[in-house]
Design a protein around this ligand. Structure first.
Ligand code: NAD
Ligand code: UGA
Length: 475
C-alpha cells in the first residue's frame, strides 16, 4: 500500500490486548509496520524498555524480536494515524460507574474518542478495526462519528474481537482457535475484511479465520465470555452441594468433562472468577438484553454473576466460621493476589474480595504474590471495593505485603491459597506448619494442593467442593 511496507498498522491502546496482539502481528509479519500508540506516556515509555508494563510469559522475547525493526511504541498519535492504513482500537471499555446503565453498561467513551481523533487528523482512507470488546452495534456509532467528521476520506469499520486469555496470551495469539472478522456486507466492507484477513493469514490457516457480519462478530465476543464464565459458575454452584453431601467437585469435573459434548475445560472450581472481562462482559450482555426488552434473558445471565458473588462470599464466611467464628486480631496469610496465575493483573480478583471481608473482621492480613505490586493492589481495592487509606484507618498496619511466602505465613493462624501459582505447590509446608499458630488452618481456594499430605503434617484443611473428613468418614 505505501512505502516499502506491505501495510501500515496503528493500534490505539497499549494495554493487555494492544501490546501483545501487535507484538505477535509484528513478529509474524516482518514486512508490516506496526505501531502501538497510547495517550499514556508512562505506558509507552515502559513498552520501550525491558521492564514491560504488563507481565505475560514470553512477551518480552516477542517484543524484543521486532522492536525497532517493524514494531514501534509511540504517543505521537496524530502522526501515526496519518501514516496508518489499518487502525485498531484496543482501548479499555469498563463498566459504567455513573449515569444511565451504571453498574451494567460498558462505557465506550474511549472508543468514541479514538474515532473522533482518527476523523480529525486523517488525511487518507482508513480501515478502522474494533479490537476492544463492545456492545453489539457499536460499529454503527463509530461509523457515524467517522462519517460525520470525515473531511472527504473514506473509513471502513471492522469488528475483530480478541479472545486471548492473560497468562497464555502469546500462545493464544500464535495459535488462535479462530480469528473473527466482522464487516459490512457491501463490496467495500468485504474488501476491507479481506485486507485484514490477509494480515492474519501470514500465520493463521484460512479456515480458522471466520468472516461474519458486524453484529455477529461484536456479539460473539460477549457470548464467548458469558459461556466461559457460566461454566465456572455452574461448577462453583456444584462445589457448594459437594461440601454438603460428601461428593468431590474435582471428581465431578472429571466425570462430567469426559463427555465430549461437555468438554473438560473451564470446569475447575475456584474461589470465583475474576479478571477485567468476565463480569464486565456479562453485565454488558445483561444490559443489552434489558435494552431490547428481553428481561427473561437478562435475568438468566445475571445469575452467573450472582453465583460468582456467592462463591467469593462463601469462601470468606468459611474462613471465619471454621476459625471459631472470629478472626479478629489473627494473622491470616494470603498466598496469591492476581486473578489467575502467570499475570500481575488484579482487576476484579477474587482475592481482593476475600481480603476486604477479612479486613471487616479486623484480621491482620499478610499477602504474598510473585507479580502483584502493592500500588496496583490498593488502586484496584479503591476502584472496585471503595476501600482506601482515607476511609479505612490503619490500612497499612492491617494489610502487609510480603516479599516471601514463608514470611507471610510465619506465625499465621491460617493460610489461604487464592491464586493457583505453580510455586505454591512446591513450598515446604512442613516448615510453614511449624512456624504457624496452632491449630493451623489452610483454605485452598484453587484446589491445587495435596490435601492428604497437608493433613498428615497437621493442618486443618478446608477446600472448595471437597468433603470434610471430619464430617464424612471414609471418603
Ligand atoms: P488496558 O486498560 O490494559 O489498556 C487500554 C489502554 O488504552 C490503556 O493503556 C489506555 O491508556 C489506552 N487508551 C485509553 N484511551 C485511549 C485513547 N483515546 N487513545 C489511545 N489510547 C487510549 O485494557 P485491555 O485489558 O488491553 O483491554 C482492552 C479491550 O480489550 C477491552 O475492551 C477489553 O474488554 C478487551 N479484551 C481484554 C482482554 C484481556 O485479557 N485483558 C482480552 C480480550 C479482550
Ligand atoms: C478470558 C477468556 O478466557 C478470554 O478468551 C477472553 O479473551 C478474555 O477473558 C477477555 O475477554 O478478557 P482471562 O480473563 O484472561 O480470559 O482468563 P481466564 O483464563 O478465562 O480466567 C478468568 C477467571 O476464571 C480467572 O479468575 C480464573 O481463575 C477463573 N477460572 C477459569 C476458574 O475459576 N475456573 C476455570 O475452570 C477457568
Amino acid at each position: 500500500m505505501s512505502d516499502d511496507w506491505e501495510v501500515k498498522i496503528l493500534c490505539m491502546g497499549a494495554g493487555y490486548v494492544g501490546g501483545p496482539t501487535m507484538a505477535v502481528i509484528a513478529k509474524q509479519c516482518p514486512k508490516i509496520r506496526v505501531v502501538v500508540g497510547d495517550i499514556s506516556q508512562k505506558q509507552i515509555d515502559a513498552w520501550n524498555t525491558d521492564k514491560l508494563p504488563i507481565y505475560e510469559p514470553g512477551l518480552l522475547d516477542v517484543v524484543k524480536e521486532s522492536r525497532g525493526r517493524n514494531l514501534f511504541f509511540s504517543t505521537d498519535l496524530d502522526k501515526e494515524i496519518n501514516e496508518a492504513d489499518i487502525i485498531f482500537i484496543s482501548v479499555n471499555t469498563p463498566t459504567k460507574t455513573r449515569g444511565i446503565g451504571a453498574g451494567r453498561a460498558a462505557n465506550i467513551k474511549n472508543c468514541e474518542l479514538c474515532a473522533r481523533h482518527i476523523a480529525k487528523v486523517a488525511t487518507s482512507d482508513k480501515i478502522v478495526v474494533e479490537k476492544s470488546t463492545v456492545p453489539v452495534r457499536t460499529a454503527e456509532a463509530i461509523q457515524r462519528i467517522l462519517k460525520a467528521n470525515d473531511n472527504g476520506y473514506k473509513f471502513q469499520v471492522l469488528s475483530n474481537p480478541e479472545f486471548l486469555a492473560e497468562g497464555t496470551a502469546i500462545k493464544d495469539l500464535m495459535k488462535p482457535d479462530r480469528v473473527l472478522i466482522g464487516g459490512q456486507q457491501t463490496p467495500e466492507g468485504l474488501k476491507a475484511a479481506e485486507t485484514l484477513v490477509s494480515v492474519y493469514a501470514h500465520w493463521v490457516a484460512r479456515e480458522q479465520i471466520l468472516t461474519t457480519n458486524l453484529w455477529s462478530s461484536e456479539l460473539s465476543k460477549l457470548v464467548a465470555n458469558a459461556f466461559l464464565a457460566q461454566r465456572v459458575s455452574s461448577i462453583n454452584s456444584i462445589s457448594a452441594l459437594c461440601e454438603a453431601t460428601g461428593a468431590d467437585v474435582s471428581e465431578i469435573s472429571r466425570a462430567v468433562g469426559m463427555d465430549d459434548r461437555i468438554g473438560k475445560r473451564f470446569l475447575q472450581s475456584s474461589v470465583g472468577f475474576g479478571g477485567s472481562c468476565f463480569q464486565k462482559d456479562i453485565l454488558n450482555l445483561v444490559y443489552l438484553c434489558e435494552t431490547y426488552g428481553l428481561s427473561a434473558c437478562a435475568d438468566y445471565w445475571k445469575q452467573v454473576i450472582l453465583m460468582n458473588d456467592y462463591q467469593k462470599k462463601r469462601f470468606s464466611e468459611k474462613i471465619v466460621s471454621s476459625m471459631f467464628n472470629t478472626v479478629t486480631g489473627k494473622k491470616i496469610a494470603i498466598l496469591g493476589y492476581a486473578f489467575k496465575k502467570d499475570t500481575g493483573d488484579v482487576r476484579e480478583t477474587p482475592s481482593m474480595f476475600v481480603v476486604r471481608d477479612l479486613l471487616q473482621e479486623a484480621a491482620k492480613i499478610h499477602i504474598y504474590d510473585p507479580e502483584v505490586s502493592r500500588e496496583e493492589m490498593w488502586k484496584e481495592m479503591d476502584y472496585t471495593c471503595g476501600v482506601n487509606h482515607e476511609n479505612t484507618p490503619r490500612l497499612d498496619e492491617s494489610v502487609i505485603t510480603s516479599e516471601d511466602a514463608y514470611k507471610a505465613c510465619e506465625g499465621a493462624h491460617a493460610v489461604c491459597i487464592l491464586t493457583e501459582w505453580d510455586e505454591f505447590k512446591t513450598l515446604d509446608y512442613k516448615k510453614i506448619y511449624e512456624s504457624m499458630s496452632k491449630p493451623a488452618f489452610l483454605f485452598d481456594g484453587r484446589l491445587i494442593m495435596d490435601h492428604k499430605a497437608l493433613r498428615d503434617i497437621g493442618f486443618e484443611v478446608h477446600a472448595i467442593g471437597k468433603p470434610d473428613p471430619k464430617k464424612f468418614s471414609g471418603v
